[in-house]
Design a protein around this ligand. Structure first.
Ligand SMILES: Nc1nc2c(ncn2[C@@H]2O[C@H](COP(=O)(O)OP(=O)(O)OP(=O)(O)O)[C@@H](O)[C@H]2O)c(=O)[nH]1
Ligand SMILES: [Mg+2]
Length: 201
């Protein structure tokens, strides 16, 4: 029996796939779950629970009164940016009482998105601080909510006292292409920071 060379056999071997882990962080109700859901090519894993009467004294829902659920553990999604580059996305829980999960989620992360809502900019201080302290490169993405005032990138940068190399981008977390641009920015920034660090070290 003769084994013919099929098209399949003649194809070049597939390039090795690089997988990178990114975190999607930020304050409560800023659109983390929405962003992971809008870019993910698999059905995202969500861990949403209803905000309850019992949680009212501890959950700060000021500014997001219409919100009925919150992430209690994480969001998980996946996106293929190029045929040889796959991102695994981990959305963090937004409320303060779930902070203990962050260290677990941050293990092995290449970089992060910090989502911000300009109506409650101070809510992202903690996330910015977290990544700065650990030297994890991040992009600050302003999620443009309807009705929120628009500020120039420089104003946001100044308000958050961000280092000049931190990218600041505007996005709509509900739009796949917009969310994808945010992720590309994180990957580029993280790779550039890694190279700069290696060059310095
Ligand atoms: N107008 C507008 N609404 C948005 C946008 N992104 C998210 N939302 C809405 O804002 C609400 C909160 O979004 P989530 O994605 O649940 O926020 P989250 O950051 O995951 O919230 P927690 O997990 O509770 O911290 C939802 O009702 C979304 O539909 C946006 O870009 N524009
Ligand atoms: Mg969420």
């Amino acid at each position: 029996m003769v084994f013919g060379r099929t098209d399949r056999a003649r194809r070049r071997p597939a390039a090795p796939v690089t997988t990178l882990k990114l975190l999607v962080a930020g304050g409560f109700g800023v659109g983390k779950t929405t962003l992971v859901g809008s870019v993910s090519e698999i059905r995202p894993l969500r861990t949403e629970e209803l905000l309850t009467e019992a949680g009212r004294p501890v959950d700060d829902i000021a500014g997001v009164e219409g919100k009925t659920t919150t992430t209690v553990a994480m969001d998980f999604g996946r996106i293929t940016l190029r045929e040889d580059l796959v991102l695994y996305l981990f959305g963090t829980p937004g409320q303060d009482r779930f902070w203990f999960l962050w260290d677990e989620l941050a293990q092995g992360a290449l970089g992060a998105v910090v989502l911000a809502d300009t109506r409650r900019l101070e809510d992202c201080f903690a996330a910015v601080d977290y990544f700065e302290r650990r030297g994890i490169p991040f992009t600050l993405a302003v999620n443009l909510f309807d009705g929120a005032a628009r500020y120039p990138e420089e104003a946001v940068r100044d308000a958050l006292d961000l280092d000049p190399e931190v990218p600041v981008v505007l996005c709509d977390a509900r739009e796949r292409e917009s969310a994808k641009e945010v992720l590309v920015s994180v990957v580029e920034h993280a790779l550039a920071s890694g190279m700069a660090r290696r060059a310095a070290g």
